[in-house]
Design a protein around this ligand. Structure first.
Ligand SMILES: [Zn+2]
Length: 205
């Protein structure tokens, strides 16, 4: 007989499994290629994003995988590398190409926490990526449905199926939390500046 805490944990796990299965089957109704593995990789990307937020990066994580094995994974590293192209997707694709020994990644999929921007969507097309799964839509910069539809643009020489909006609430909450705490910190830095420079400093203007 299980102890009470064990029973609670087990029932919570069963409930989570049910929720996951329901989510996968809901997405599969419109995208029959989507499976449990895609959801798992997206959850992994969310964990990567959470870590990079702690390092002061806008939290975005990306995983490139083939079947159920991970080829490469990365988080946004723009601040760390002082590199405007170091979005999670580009960093992960570069690493995936090196590891696979080929720039062509048509057997791979990517799971990413935020809708790719035009640069990253272009990189996915250039990599001939097989499939894309992303979480939150990005109405200000998204190029996979929001502002542009680069992965399915018939004028380009490669197209790839895309599913967006999976675990979107979690990803959006992560981003909101990051920006909220950055604004809070910026506020306290302003206060410091006012204290350091006195009321007539430009920081006060
Ligand atoms: Zn990007």
């Amino acid at each position: 007989m299980n102890s009470r805490p064990e029973r609670v944990v087990n029932s919570r796990r069963r409930r989570q499994r049910r929720i996951r299965r329901a989510l996968v089957s809901r997405v599969r109704r419109r995208h029959d290629w989507f499976g449990e593995i895609d959801l798992r990789m997206l959850e992994r990307a969310l964990r990567l994003a959470r870590h990079c937020a702690r390092a002061g990066e806008v939290p975005v994580g990306a995983v490139v995988y083939r079947g159920d094995s991970i080829v490469a994974e990365a988080a946004n590293a723009r601040e760390r590398d002082s590199d405007p192209t170091a979005h999670a997707e580009v960093v992960a694709l570069r690493d995936a190409g090196r590891r696979a020994g080929s720039w062509r990644l048509d057997e791979c999929r990517m799971a990413v926490t935020l809708e790719p921007c035009p640069m990253c969507a272009g990189a996915l097309v250039n990599a001939r990526l097989g499939r894309l799964v992303f979480a939150a839509h990005d109405p200000k910069a998204g190029a996979c449905g929001s502002l542009y539809e680069i992965p399915i643009d018939p004028r380009l020489n490669h197209r790839l199926p895309v599913v967006g909006g999976v675990l979107a609430l979690r990803a959006a909450a992560q981003l909101r939390g990051f920006f909220r705490s950055r604004r809070r910190n910026a506020g306290s830095e302003d206060q410091t500046a006012v204290r350091d420079h006195g009321p007539r400093s430009p920081a006060r203007a």
